[in-house]
Design a protein around this ligand. Structure first.
Ligand SMILES: [Zn+2]
Length: 132
């Protein structure tokens, strides 16, 4: 929009242009902006299809959790070494996500180790149906 002869991304606010509004971000938005998760779920060995299913599950759990806890959200982070990384802004979402993963793929996904800041999981190579 055009404000006082300058193009800006600012929505039209009834504030004089020389008053600087502080950028207020809640802690969850800060973590998302900084890609600084409270807890990181790291899953090794997932195929592309398994990664897709995992991310879809994460979004469903996030929707359910953030309905009652708006501060519990997913943090987009880069994986490393082919692992899928899913960050969360808080501990509740991390716990719910972990239990949903274990419920959904109880035979396929094993917990390698877990602590306050990170949980490492591994997708077991599932045996192919009996070869003939
Ligand atoms: Zn926020």
């Amino acid at each position: 929009m055009l404000t006082r002869g300058r193009w800006t991304w600012q929505p039209r606010l009834n504030v004089p242009a020389d008053i600087c509004l502080p950028a207020v971000l809640c802690p969850a938005c800060q973590r998302i902006r900084d890609k600084d998760p409270h807890h990181l779920l790291r899953v090794e060995g997932a195929s592309a299809a398994q990664e897709k299913a995992l991310r879809a599950l994460a979004r469903r759990v996030e929707r359910a959790e953030s309905a009652t806890h708006p501060q519990e959200r997913l943090v987009p982070v880069e994986g490393d070494d082919g692992a899928v990384a899913i960050g969360t802004t808080g501990p509740h979402l991390a716990r719910r996500l972990l239990s949903a993963v274990r419920r959904t793929w109880k035979r396929e996904v094993v917990v390698v180790r877990t602590n306050d800041v990170e949980t490492r999981l591994r997708w077991q190579t599932t045996k192919a149906p009996r070869a003939r």
